[in-house]
Design a protein around this ligand. Structure first.
Ligand code: ZN
Length: 850
């Protein structure tokens, strides 16, 4: 059903563009206020397309001159682009436009960041550079000439001629316009080389602002590891003579996979032990891999249209997760991914912004770079791999690259490859792409005469526009344990395809304990009425590291919910079971650190809501505090032992082993601070020689309310480092007591260093507040109001970041009437802003539609 909005785009309306683009020549004459872009483009009729009017996208462009085959033409212009009468056959389009990169605050198209020129074209930014069929299925070979005084001038592909005031680039690989990039400025490089499996010698560079050269080595190692891994695991080799990465300070997202010229938010590439945390290092390694892997999954094979976004993003996230699991710890990575799904994707899937992994309509595509498209999109590929097995997955991927190299492909193409490689019918599986919402799987069991039967029922609640759901294919990894703790049935994959379905296990000597959804084998909510004893048993005995962790999480959730709803005291049986795990020195410290973690307050709110309660953020906060205090006291003996184990003697390295130890140490320090009032934290803060230890200590001091001196010292030390100052801004809100966080955020927005036009800084402060569950949901609505004020202000400048941040209101209908009314008022105030952007408009409309 199509709604009345004229701006909605539908998957079902797809039609190919009427012309092929044979080649593109672009000349840029750079000037901050008046850059000239000259385009020479050869068009030829597309025999596979229906006849149509010649239309080129173009936004915020001043047309200077246009000609066809050398004769001046006068196109008809609109806010979206131009139309023009064109010859029946092939023709040469020449066009000159003027743009003003210095005035471009949206950070889309050509813009300036700290005096450096830079572009961002995905998804639809190229139309802000020149008139063009700005859609991913139009692919062409680009030749670029950059004219300007900047010492470094970069674009896609291989370098061509350079000389006084100009540089030329040629990209031999046909690509859609969204992969175009240009960078020019006063930059310095960290160089290296890589030889590919077939002997191609590739020049590698990370380009940064002078002064940041010392923060590139780790990123470069990550790049080389990624290049090698993609050869070893997927047989994919790099295909140009040069690979450039550029760090920019003003960037809406994490990074961008432009062909041969990846552009990174500086926070996702610059790293040093003094300025970056372990988490930063891990994220940088993963994002460098992600963008590099796009060279094959995204660039060589791209998307036919933006509805197919998960084709490149789901697959590339899946690949970067495999990479991280190989480089570090597979169980730790799996647990982190499940936390991400439950913490970010499930709320999206269960609220007003729910959409399928492959959406069928949108107003603004920028609003669909979501946890559903990325993370659930990756989970869907993980399920496919589990179902067909590793060997057939490899076969299918080889076929995908063989068959579709150079194509702009669809999810249908992707699934067909699996069908052809494995002989499987994936019709039902395809629902994972078309059906939104989180399936809920309940289970009952039956035991008689040595036969154990598990009966699963699946239900997916309605989502906007999809009231009725059909059963999904759910790969359910299951193991069975004997009452003595031995595993009697090792991990077995059950394929659930029906709304209700039973599976039998014969020949058992005793009634087993089931370990279900091992390794988080499907992105579903498991609803099992398990007893605390059974969960404690799994916590002690499960051989599946994910489920062992999950058993503890479930016990933690039950414990906190009982504390919140019944005023119960903490569950000591759980804490004692957990203590045994924490004392097990055979277990990886990183894994034990995760074990020590309790479910987030936002997750508790979600589970309470799922179970029909109205979450009370204050009560959740209080329960979490009480539990933490209780744990600190109960584990007073354990903490020093763990602290000793967590101590790293060797010089700092961000390797998995050290990172795990420091993570364990951070968990210990948080509890220790509750016992010593911050003594240990202060000592750690004073002696820290790396950012991980320094920031962990500062967090504990903020939480203990003993932060004034430390915050000042930290600011003094780091005031000239933008990325470290983002942490300083974010932490003092994120770790603050809920009754003071909003005032702190307000005060920080008046700080001289609060550059609200920089997305990282804006997110540090306003995002820091929004991520603090109890502070954001303060009953008087102060946080809602502050956030709404700032979103209204940012919308004129940067619609993309505004719209993304507005999504923090998506859970508004879960809460009590008072908070609901306040959040609704905030959303309505944003909706009423004059000239609200299409981005933010779509988001608030969807949220208010509930
Ligand atoms: Zn990506």
């Amino acid at each position: 059903m199509k709604d009345a909005s004229p701006q909605t785009v539908y998957l079902s309306d797809y039609t190919p563009f009427g012309w092929q683009v044979q080649d593109v020549h672009l000349t840029f004459r750079l000037a901050p206020e008046a850059t000239r872009v000259l385009a020479r483009i050869h068009f030829a009729p597309n025999p596979d397309a229906p006849k149509q009017e010649f239309f080129l996208h173009g936004e915020d462009l001043t047309l200077i001159h246009a000609a066809i085959d050398g004769r001046t033409v006068s196109p008809v212009q609109s806010a979206e682009g131009l139309t023009c009468t064109v010859p029946d056959g092939p023709f040469l389009w020449e066009c000159e436009v003027e743009i003003a990169p210095a005035k471009n605050t949206a950070l889309e198209g050509l813009y300036m960041s700290n005096g450096m020129y830079c572009t961002q074209c995905e998804a639809e930014g190229f139309r802000k550079i020149t008139f063009y069929p700005d859609r991913p299925d139009v692919m062409s070979v680009f030749t670029v000439r950059i004219e300007g005084e900047e010492p470094v001038k970069l674009s896609n592909g291989n370098p061509g001629k350079t000389g006084e005031g100009f540089a030329e680039w040629h990209d031999p690989w046909p690509k859609p316009a969204y992969l175009f990039a240009l960078v020019a400025g006063d930059l310095v490089n960290h160089p290296d080389r890589f030889t590919t499996m077939n002997g191609r010698d590739v020049e590698l560079n990370i380009w940064v602002r002078p002064g940041d050269e010392g923060k590139c080595a780790f990123g470069m190692e990550a790049l080389k590891k990624s290049m090698k891994w993609d050869e070893d695991v997927y047989g994919r080799e790099y295909d140009l003579d040069i690979f450039n990465i550029v760090a920019v300070d003003d960037f809406n997202m994490g990074a961008m996979e432009n062909k041969g010229l990846n552009v990174f938010n500086s926070s996702c590439v610059l790293a040093s032990p003094e300025t970056s945390t372990d988490a930063n290092f891990e994220r940088i390694e993963a994002i460098i891999a992600h963008e590099y892997f796009h060279n094959w999954t995204g660039n060589r094979i791209t998307c036919r249209d933006w509805f197919q976004l998960c084709l490149k993003e789901g697959l590339t996230v899946f690949r970067d997760a495999q990479f991280t699991a190989d480089m570090r710890s597979a169980p730790v990575k799996r647990i982190e991914d499940a936390q991400m799904m439950r913490g970010r994707q499930f709320p999206e899937d269960q609220g007003p912004l729910a959409h399928p992994v492959r959406p069928e309509s949108f107003q603004e595509i920028n609003n669909f770079y979501t946890a559903t498209v990325y993370e659930k999109g990756a989970e869907v590929i993980g399920m496919l791999k589990r179902l067909v097995g590793d060997e057939d997955y490899a076969k299918a991927l080889d076929l995908y690259f063989d068959r579709h190299d150079g194509d702009a492909a669809t999810i249908e193409d992707w699934l067909k490859v699996f069908e052809d490689a494995t002989g499987r019918d994936l019709t039902q599986f395809k629902r994972w792409y078309s059906q939104a919402g989180t399936p809920r799987v309940s289970v009952t069991e039956d035991w008689a005469d040595g036969t154990y039967t598990l009966t699963f029922r699946q239900v997916t609640p309605p989502t906007p526009g999809q009231p009725d759901k059909a059963p999904q294919v759910i790969p359910m990894a299951v193991g069975l344990l004997n009452p003595n703790g031995d595993e009697v049935v090792p991990t077995t994959l059950l394929e659930i395809t029906e709304a209700e379905q039973s599976f039998r296990f014969d020949g058992l000597s005793a009634r087993p304990v089931p370990s279900l959804l091992r390794d988080f084998s499907a992105p579903v909510v498991m609803e099992r009425e398990a007893s605390a004893e059974e969960r404690a048993f799994l916590l002690a005995h499960d051989t599946d590291p994910f489920n062992r962790w999950d058993a503890s999480q479930m016990l933690g959730i039950e414990c906190l919910i009982a504390m919140i709803t019944e005023g119960a005291t903490p569950d000591t049986a759980w804490l004692d079971g957990l203590e045994r795990v924490l004392r097990d020195t055979d277990l990886d410290p990183a894994y034990r650190a995760l074990m020590m973690g309790t479910p987030s307050q936002a997750e508790l709110a979600r589970v309470l809501h799922e179970r029909g309660h109205t979450p009370d953020p204050e009560a959740i906060w209080n329960a979490a505090e009480t539990l933490a205090q209780f744990r600190a006291e109960r584990w007073a003996d354990l903490l020093p032992r763990l602290a000793a184990e967590a101590t790293v003697e060797a010089p700092y390295s961000p390797d998995a082993e050290q990172v795990g130890k420091r993570a364990l140490g951070a968990g210990v320090l948080a509890l220790q601070t509750r016992l010593d009032g911050g003594k240990a934290a202060q000592a750690q803060f004073d002696s820290a020689d790396n950012m991980t230890l320094q920031l962990t200590a500062l967090g504990s001091l903020v939480r203990a309310g003993r932060d004034a001196e430390a915050l000042a010292a930290f600011e003094e030390q780091w005031q000239d480092d933008r990325l470290v100052m983002d942490k300083w801004f974010g932490l003092q809100i994120g770790a603050a007591a809920p009754d003071v966080a909003v005032e702190r955020a307000q005060a920080l927005t008046r700080h001289a260093a609060f550059d609200w036009k920089n997305p990282n800084r804006f997110r540090a402060v306003l995002g820091g507040l929004a991520m603090h569950h109890a502070a954001f949901h303060r009953a008087d609505g102060a946080s809602y109001a502050l956030l709404a004020d700032w979103l209204i202000r940012l919308d004129d400048l940067n619609p993309q970041t505004t719209a993304r941040m507005a999504a923090v209101f998506q859970t508004w209908t879960r809460y009590d009437e008072g908070r609901r009314a306040l959040m609704r008022a905030a959303l309505e105030r944003i909706a009423a802003k004059p000239k609200l952007s299409r981005d933010t408009g779509e988001m608030v409309t969807r949220m208010l539609a509930q």
